[in-house]
Each structure stands twice: as C-alpha cells, then as structure tokens.
Design a protein around this ligand. Structure first.
Ligand code: AMP
Ligand code: GLY
Length: 420
C-alpha cells in the first residue's frame, strides 16, 4: 500500500515521522512536503490545490490512501473529489468541513443541538452589528466567518475596536467571507481535545495545550501556535467523559441528522472553567503544533486507525500512548506574526541527534545548494518527550541552543502554567 500525506508543515512532518514507522506501508509520500519530510519519505513537489494534477500524480505513484493535513484543501472539497475517483482520502468532505470553514455553521450546529459554547450573533450588515456592539458588554470576541489562518479572531476591549474589526472584516480583509460572528468572551483555561471518527463511532486521540500568543506568559498577538504539550493536565478522566457527552457526541449525532456525516479528525478547542467545558471552535484536522506532540506520544500504528476509519470498524481499535509527556517549542522567524524575513540560513541541524524521544520537525524551511533556509513564520518544531514536562522542555531548549540561526525567536516558557 502506498500512502501520501498532503501538506508541507510541521504537522505533516510529524505525520510522516509516525507513518514512516509502519511496516504496512510500502511507500510513503508527502505532497509537497519539506526538507524534513524528504529525509523520511518521497516528496512530490506539486500544488495539491490543483486536484486534477494531484490525481494524476497519485495514479502515477500508485497511491491509494491520502491523509490530508491542512484545512484549506478539505474546505475546498479534496475528499469529495478523490473519493469520486475511488481514492480514499482521510478527512471530512466539503459539507462537513464547514465545521471549520464557517464559524456561523458551527455556531448554528451548537445552537440546534444544545452544545455548550459562547453565545453569539451573526451579521452581514454593519448597521445591525453596530447596534449589537454598542449594547454589548466588553470584552467581546469578533470573528471572521470564514478561514483566516488563525488571524480572524479579535478579543476586543472597547466599542471602537469592535466596530473597527467588524468594518475591516465586512470590507473583505479575509477573502473567504465578509460575514462577522460576534461572541460572548469566555473566561477560563483552554485545551485542545482530539477525536478520530468514522462518521458514527469515535475514539479520543489525545489532548494537548497549545500556546497561541507570541510572547511569554501568553502576551502579545495571537499566532498559529508557538508551542504545545501533551497530555493536557486540565482534562481529567471525569472531564473527558463530560466533553464526550456534552460536546463530541451531540456533534457527531447532530451532523448525521443534518446529513453531514463527519469522517476524520475532529479537533475541539475548549474553554474550561470550574470543570465545565465550552466549545470555542472546531477544527477539522490535527492541530499544528499539537499534532507534533501527539505523534511523538502515540504507540499505535496510525495507519491502522486510518484503515479502520476507511472500513468503518474504528471501535475495534485501541490507542496506546507512551507514558512520557511531550513538549514542542516552535522556532519562529523574528518579527512573526507581523513582518519577518525569509531565506536566512539555519545551521547545525545535522549535529542534533534525533530519535523516538527527540525530533526537529520542519515547518517552514526549504533547501538550496544543500543549505537549509527559513521559508515562513513558524520554521522549526523542536519536539521532545521525557519523564516530566520540565525535563522535556529543558531537552528542547538545549536543542534550540544548538541551532545556529540569526533570525530565530522562540518562547522559553511553553508549559508555564503547569511546570513549577
Ligand atoms: P478560534 O480561531 O475561534 O480558535 O479563536 C482563536 C483564539 O481566540 C482561541 O484559541 C481563543 O484563545 C480565543 N477565543 C476565541 N473565541 C473566544 C471566546 N468566545 N472567548 C474567549 N476567547 C476566545
Ligand atoms: N494550533 C492551532 C491550530 O492548529 O489551529
């Protein structure tokens, strides 16, 4: 069986790292991949958003299973397209992908099936939003309805800021939609909870804590994620049962009732307060960088899970985890998430020993004349397991200190709420 992972970031490198250990896979590909994935599988450098071209390439390499990393091709209908060509693509179809592709869709599902979430209103006309904003208690959360690469959410402290954000979104700041969702601000601590589902049944596939803010002690603007650890210490067995009962199960059932069965990875972004979970958002894929810590901790063969989703017998599976916790620290380009340079050389990676317990996943790099250069905001993910989170973090920090890259920025405090 030949398998391909779609995507080019740290999440996809981590998926390839995990899949490359499977004895069931004859040949593993990453489309387009990155310099990190090229060490463990074959990269195919094509634009996967061109579905016809992708299909030709899959045929040429005899690939029968495709695992989709990012949300953009899922929302664009990659699964529908490939299944019409008899290729199994792991992930939700276009209709179910609205769970991430449209905040309005997700919020309506919550309303219709009584899933706990922040109260909200949706607006298409500025005048209506303005009336609502002026009478609402702040802070208020202003969101673009469509995909915005993690940049579509503002926690606004004042009426002026709320009006400004709303106007910007309605004027087309994010190309995916001009609709605005305005939400109540939820207090508490955040956690990421993942399940894998075949449309009917599901299995929990790990918990993690992302660190979205750029600065230490969770300050500064939001990013795609500056680091994560797993498991989340917030989600106890008892809380997990509650999350499944109040959020995951009504979601899977509700989606089936509206003829929108969801297959793949369902990622619930949760706010926890007084042991009560509320849904902040759904994502329709593994988190990045949460996937990196989950793949390092998972002992079960990932392809077995994916095949059991394909064959609709997920409940025969059990997911086994390593005892040790895992942490990943994102090395970003100085200036991210605002302006930053690309193309600066990263040296000494080859002198870092990697094994089951420590990996450097490439997130935004490219290779030129045998040199590794930065190629994005989030560039490397140093990912380590150890008997304690503190030891894991120290290991990751030691590795970061070995990397020679003049533009590197990273948070030294990933896990700060639970370490010490
Ligand atoms: P989202 O893209 O919906 O995940 O939002 C990005 C981040 O904004 C979340 O991870 C939260 O930190 C924050 N956020 C979103 N919605 C809310 C809310 N209703 N209350 C508090 N924080 C929120
Ligand atoms: N780490 C957040 C995300 O993947 O959306």
């Amino acid at each position: 069986m030949n398998v391909a992972v779609i995507g080019s970031g740290g999440r996809e490198h981590a998926l390839c790292f995990k899949l490359s250990m499977s004895k069931k896979i004859k040949k593993l590909f990453c489309i387009p991949g990155n310099p990190g994935t090229s060490e463990i599988c074959q990269n195919i450098d094509i634009d996967y958003n061109n579905f016809s071209l992708l299909y030709e390439s899959l045929l040429a390499h005899n690939i029968s299973i495709v695992i989709v990393g990012p949300e953009v091709p899922l929302v664009a209908g990659i699964v529908d397209f490939l299944s019409s060509k008899n290729i199994f693509a792991f992930g939700p179809n276009k209709k179910a992908s609205q769970l991430e592709g449209s905040k309005g869709f997700m919020k309506k599902l919550c309303k219709d099936f009584k899933i706990p979430t922040a109260s909200y209103e949706e607006f298409e006309h500025f005048e209506n939003a303005e009336i609502y904003i002026k009478k609402s208690k702040h802070p208020l959360v202003i969101k673009a309805d469509g995909l915005a690469a993690g940049k579509g959410v503002t926690i606004s402290q004042t009426i002026e800021e709320s009006l400004k954000c709303t106007r910007e979104i309605m004027n087309g700041k994010f190309k995916t939609s001009k609709k605005v969702v305005i939400e109540e601000f939820l207090e508490g601590e955040e956690a990421s909870y993942f399940v894998i589902t075949d449309g009917k049944n599901y299995l929990p596939i790990g918990t993690a804590q992302d660190h979205k803010r750029i600065g230490e002690n969770d300050t500064g603007p939001n990013t795609g994620g500056m680091g994560a650890y797993s498991p989340s210490l917030l989600i106890t067995k008892e809380l997990e049962k509650k999350i499944n009962r109040e959020i995951i199960e009504p979601t899977i059932k509700g989606l089936n009732q509206i003829d929108c069965s969801f297959v793949g990875i369902l990622y619930a972004g949760l706010m926890i307060k007084d042991n009560n979970p509320k849904l902040i958002e759904y994502n329709i894929r593994f988190g990045d960088p949460e996937c990196q810590v989950l793949m390092m901790r998972m002992n079960t063969d990932l392809i077995d899970l994916i095949l059991s989703v394909k064959n609709k017998n997920l409940l025969n599976q059990e997911i086994i985890w390593k005892e040790d916790p895992c942490i990943t620290i994102v090395a970003a380009a100085k200036g991210y998430p605002d302006k930053y340079e690309i193309g600066s050389e990263i040296k000494n990676l080859e002198n870092v020993k990697t094994n089951d317990a420590q990996q450097i996943f490439h997130a935004g790099t490219y290779k030129k004349d045998k040199k590794i250069l930065s190629n994005g905001g989030r560039v490397l993910n140093v990912t380590c397991t150890a008997p304690s989170l503190k030891q894991a973090r120290n290991k990751a920090l030691d590795i970061l200190n070995l990397i020679e890259w003049k533009d590197m920025y990273f948070r030294k405090d990933i896990g700060w709420r639970v370490i010490n």
